[in-house]
Design a protein around this ligand. Structure first.
Ligand code: ADP
Ligand code: MG
Length: 247
């Protein structure tokens, strides 16, 4: 699992408000290509908002976010360019319920990327095989388990050929027996060198896969370190307190 010197995401002095509520404060974060970062922290600390800012599902008001050399600003061309390189998987899979698994995976490649249908189907089947559910291609999301639906969501995202994947608590809506199958898929992606930012409280995953763990509280990055140091020698009291609650 190689980490390159090339910068994938550069966030500098970034601040965001919801109205008067200062949700993200002075965020500075550089992510190199090939990094696998786990973000943890108490509920409401701004984790989702931070990763949503990276593909501009949320707008920041100060500082800068540059993804693959493109700055996220009011220029919609830039926003499109960044979104074409960044895939996102949510807690609630957000599949289209009225489309089959295969159609979920081919819709955006065909209509947004203008990929020929035959190629889009081949690509979808390739990624459905990768997440180990090619046999479910003709089913509707409602006919699948939560773990299978989340793997479809990951496959659907991969069909857009992203260079960076963002995960927002992808396993927290799943029954325990389904968590592993989704984490295994994510581990495989990591092993292939995908640049990943994952909001998760799966600390086993963090220890096995992350090269860096970030702890957020009250809209700030409080502490970050490589996993062994982070878990065994947390520096700040907030981090110690958080870890004592979840481990
Ligand atoms: P986390 O993912 O760490 O639980 P969030 O990023 O979802 O935290 O939320 C951070 C804070 O911002 C919370 O206090 C939340 O209530 C608030 N918040 C999130 N989204 C909005 C919104 N669209 N409008 C106003 N406040 C929001
Ligand atoms: Mg969240």
């Amino acid at each position: 699992m190689e980490i390159s010197d090339e910068v994938a995401i550069e966030i500098s002095d970034m601040n965001k408000w919801f109205g008067t509520f200062h949700v993200l404060r002075d965020i500075n974060l550089t992510v190199n290509r090939g990094e696998r970062i786990v973000i943890c922290g108490p509920s409401g600390s701004g984790k989702s908002t931070l990763i949503r800012c990276i593909n501009r599902l949320e707008e920041h008001q100060a500082g800068s976010i540059v993804v693959d050399g493109t700055e996220l600003n009011s220029d919609l061309k830039n926003v499109d360019k960044v979104r074409s390189e960044v895939g996102m998987v949510f807690q609630h899979f957000n599949l289209f319920p009225h489309l089959t698994v295969l159609e979920n995976c081919t819709l955006a490649p065909i209509w947004v990327r203008k990929v020929p249908r035959k190629e889009a189907v081949e690509r979808a089947m390739h990624f459905l095989e990768k997440v180990k559910i090619p046999d479910q291609a003709m089913k509707y999301p409602g006919q699948l388990s939560g773990g299978q639906q989340q793997r479809v969501a990951i496959a659907r995202s991969l069909c857009m050929m992203p260079r960076i994947m963002l995960f927002d608590e992808p396993t927290s809506a799943l029954d325990p027996e389904m968590i592993k199958e989704v984490l295994d898929t994510m581990i495989e992606l990591a092993e292939e060198g995908m640049t990943m930012l994952c909001v998760t409280h799966e600390m086993g995953f963090a220890q096995a896969v992350a090269n860096r763990v970030i702890f957020m509280a009250d809209g700030q990055i409080v502490e970050q370190n490589e996993p062994h140091e982070f878990f065994n020698n947390p520096k700040s009291e907030r981090t110690q307190q958080f870890l004592s609650q979840i481990i």
